[in-house]
Design a protein around this ligand. Structure first.
Ligand SMILES: NC(=O)c1ccc[n+]([C@@H]2O[C@H](COP(=O)([O-])OP(=O)(O)OC[C@H]3O[C@@H](n4cnc5c(N)ncnc54)[C@H](O)[C@@H]3O)[C@@H](O)[C@H]2O)c1
Length: 397
């Protein structure tokens, strides 16, 4: 990119929109100063007070109330799309057609048809379309990925994992876009869309899914009396609306290499606000990650010393991915959280937009093709559930 500055905007000032805004603000200050000037231009939200307060809070020049305003804005080069999944397609297509570089939140969309159209739009576009798969930027998860890729764990024999949340465990939690849409668009799409890419990162390509189960534990929720941001509770009406999609999902995957793994996701796992956890077992060793303790990874190495065998707790630090230079204070054990993942992601996206070559940059942000692949895996889970747990191939097209 020949421009000596990049103008940034965010659409959606809700829970994750604020994380994107904060991340763009921080992105130039992590690692060496290789980025051009980053101009924080606008935050847009249909709920204007939220757009206005987020713009002020994160130091953006202005706020807007529509994505079209950003598509038309000459001072905007890069836009994060951080609104309800069913709105992604229209906004992403409009922005790409206007020549903006787009970072879309996961899942790519709420239907395979829309996701396929978005892949086609990104292929046609002169600008860059990418999907944020934030947890790939967690230092602990990237460290496990390195252990697998470097062969430290050997051949992978078995994987298991879960993403348990409890934002829906209170029957008085207000209805929102998250509870609307067909079975499979609930917890499975919302938190399962993170598990889907981790499943293939850990064990390789998934061939088929079986044992799909979807359940809705709380079948109606009250209407909110105010604006709902993320999982927040607001005052609610006595009137209730039906919950249309899944609170819980479970499934087994069969990997192309013959191994298998079981997974579950929930939004009603009371007490687990944000527990993303997995274990990966290889013939040379194993690793366990649990987001309840994001600054450590448990590692077992099958090194023949049976008298002292056992899992060790590796405390993350500058010898692990993203750490050195990625924090103002990058000493071992300083700790890490989910918000840093958004910062590394914003940095990686801006590096690509700025034309910084791969190899001199953070790992590239995922393509829309990868986002579509993740949705196909989750679609196979929903189809398995419809067929009482039958095995369903993960469709290629
Ligand atoms: N990567 C992550 O860890 C992560 C975490 C949470 C959410 N997400 C994703 O981010 C997206 C948004 O989720 P959220 O929890 O922030 O939602 P949210 O409900 O908190 O916020 C969405 C915002 O979009 C606004 N909005 C609705 N229609 C709009 C429009 N046409 N133009 C502009 N603004 C509009 C709403 O007023 C609201 O403020 C979803 O795709 C979700 O899956 C990702």
């Amino acid at each position: 990119m020949s421009k000596n500055s990049i103008g940034v905007a965010v659409i959606g000032a809700g829970m994750a929109g604020k994380a994107h805004a904060a991340a763009y603000r921080a992105a130039a200050g992590v690692y060496d100063t290789t980025l051009p000037e980053i101009r924080l231009v606008s935050i847009a939200d249909v709920f204007e007070p939220l757009a206005e307060s987020a713009a002020k809070r994160f130091g953006f020049e202005r706020h807007d109330t529509s994505w079209q305003a950003l598509a038309e804005a000459e001072d905007v080069d890069v836009v994060s799309v951080v609104v309800a999944n069913r709105l992604h397609r229209e906004i992403v297509e409009g922005l790409l057609a206007a020549g903006k570089h787009v970072l879309c939140e996961k899942p790519l969309s709420d239907t395979l048809e829309d996701a396929e159209a978005m892949v086609a739009a990104a292929r046609r576009a002169d600008s860059i379309g990418r999907i944020g798969l934030t947890f790939l930027r967690q230092p602990g998860i990237a460290y496990v990925q390195r252990l697998i890729e470097e062969g430290t764990l050997g051949n992978i024999l078995h994987v298991s994992g879960r993403y348990l949340t409890d934002y829906g465990c209170d029957p008085q939690a207000p209805i929102s876009w998250r509870y609307k849409g067909p079975q499979g668009s609930g917890a499975l799409a919302d938190v399962g869309s993170h598990l889907s890419y981790l499943i293939e990162m850990l064990g390789g390509e998934v061939e088929a899914v079986s044992g799909g189960v979807l359940s809705t534990a709380i079948t109606s929720r009250p209407k909110p009396l105010g604006n709902v941001v993320g999982h927040e509770h607001v005052e609610v009406s006595e009137e209730r609306e039906p919950v249309e999609n899944d609170d819980y999902a479970a499934f087994t995957v069969k990997y192309a290499n013959g191994t298998a793994g079981t997974f579950e996701v929930s939004r009603v796992a009371t007490g687990h606000a944000n527990t993303l956890a997995f274990e990966v077992y290889g013939d040379k060793g194993s690793a366990k990650f649990d987001f309840d303790r994001p600054s450590e990874v448990r590692v077992f190495l099958n090194d023949g010393d049976t008298a002292n065998a056992g899992f060790r707790t590796v405390i993350l630090g500058p010898d692990h991915p993203y750490w050195r230079g990625g924090f103002a204070m990058d000493a071992p054990g300083v700790g890490v959280g989910q918000n840093e993942g958004f910062v590394f992601q914003a940095r990686a996206f801006l590096e690509e937009v700025a034309g910084i070559p791969e190899g001199e940059s953070l790992p590239r942000v995922a393509t829309f093709e990868t986002g579509l692949r993740n949705m196909r895996l989750l679609d196979a889970v929903a189809r398995s559930a419809q067929r009482q747990g039958a095995a369903v191939a993960v469709k290629e097209s």
